[in-house]
Design a protein. Structure first.
Length: 93
């Protein structure tokens, strides 16, 4: 079933109805995607500031719970995914 769906998707992408549209649509898509990634960088900065605040309070209060929370807040579970998306966009341009 999945292989059939992939085969059908390849047929659609390869069809004459779709050919040539990449030049038309990909540049604007790449610009929007890069803008979204840039805004994600700003939220990462806020995330790091919040983690630093929590670390400071954890030290001030000698709180292991706050320290653990600060560590989790500093982690970015999507860092690898974001990098892969950026790399893909650069290759498509």
């Amino acid at each position: 079933e999945e292989l059939e769906a992939i085969t059908r998707a390849i047929e659609i992408i390869s069809s004459n109805a779709v050919k040539g549209n990449a030049d038309k649509h990909l540049p604007s898509l790449a610009q929007r995607s890069l803008a979204q990634l840039r805004s994600a960088g700003a939220s990462a900065s806020r995330q790091q500031r919040a983690a630093a605040f929590l670390r400071g309070k954890a030290e001030e209060l000698s709180s292991r719970v706050l320290s653990a929370l600060a560590t989790r807040a500093a982690d970015d579970p999507f860092a690898k995914v974001k990098k892969m998306i950026k790399d893909l966009i650069v290759r498509l341009m």
